[in-house]
Design a protein around this ligand. Structure first.
Ligand code: CA
Length: 225
């Protein structure tokens, strides 16, 4: 799952990102408001950690924009003690939780985990299912329920497969895949998406599934039976 941290105090942002990465989340960081909004609107994040006091655009303005644009990522606001009014306003606009600065990093991580567990969609179910495939997101094990064969999926391929299984039978563009799996900072040329897809297709085939990830000319890729 991918998390965006919008926080202008670089030391704090780095502590948060480092800890979240240890918890196996994918993390992007923005140090100012406009970039934070721009990245939020890409709609690739499951959760956004949003500071209120930011250069160029404050966290409440960003929150309002992302909710106005129907981005349903979970949002945890970071607020200073003196910003109680902002906190209340944040809930009004659509924040899911807040953490008051200074905070213990463990507290923030715990709240992140709660939000993502509560997220009312398939992303936090232990098993993602499509056709004859079942992907255990805790163990990264892919099983074909027809043949009862299983295979372990390495990290990037797992992110790729998770994304397809959450968007089954929909066309996903290369750009969306790069943003989601490799992050917004990625250099498009540096990752060979086709190679990863072919590894993944082979694994799906090995366990005897009839599912395929098909290239759709000029548009992207689609998971189908
Ligand atoms: Ca700040």
């Amino acid at each position: 799952m991918r998390i965006l941290v919008v926080e202008d105090e670089e030391a704090i942002a780095d502590v948060i990102a480092t800890k979240l990465r240890k918890e196996k989340y994918e993390v992007d960081i923005c140090f100012e408001g406009e970039e934070g909004l721009y990245n939020s609107l890409s709609n690739i994040y499951d959760l956004i950690i949003l500071d209120i006091m930011l250069p160029n655009m404050n966290g409440l303005e960003i929150l309002k924009e992302i909710r106005d644009n129907d981005i349903n990522a979970k949002v945890i606001m970071l607020t200073a003690k003196s910003e109680l009014d902002d906190k209340l306003k944040g809930f009004e606009i659509g924040a899911d939780d807040y953490v008051t600065k200074p905070f213990h990093i463990e507290e923030l991580i715990a709240r992140v985990n709660v939000q993502l567990r509560n997220k009312g969609n398939s992303k936090v179910k232990d098993i993602l299912e499509y056709s004859d495939l079942a992907l255990n997101i805790r163990t990264s094990t892919l099983t074909c329920v027809k043949t009862n064969e299983s295979i372990n999926i390495p990290y990037r391929e797992f992110l790729l497969l998770e994304y397809f299984m959450n968007n089954k039978e929909q066309i996903i563009s290369k750009e969306q895949i790069y943003d989601k799996v490799w992050g917004i900072e990625t250099d498009f040329e540096s990752n060979n998406l086709e190679a990863y897809l072919s590894f993944l297709r082979k694994k799906i085939k090995i366990i005897g599934s009839k599912v395929n990830i098909k290239a759709v000319r000029n548009l992207g890729y689609k998971m189908e039976e």
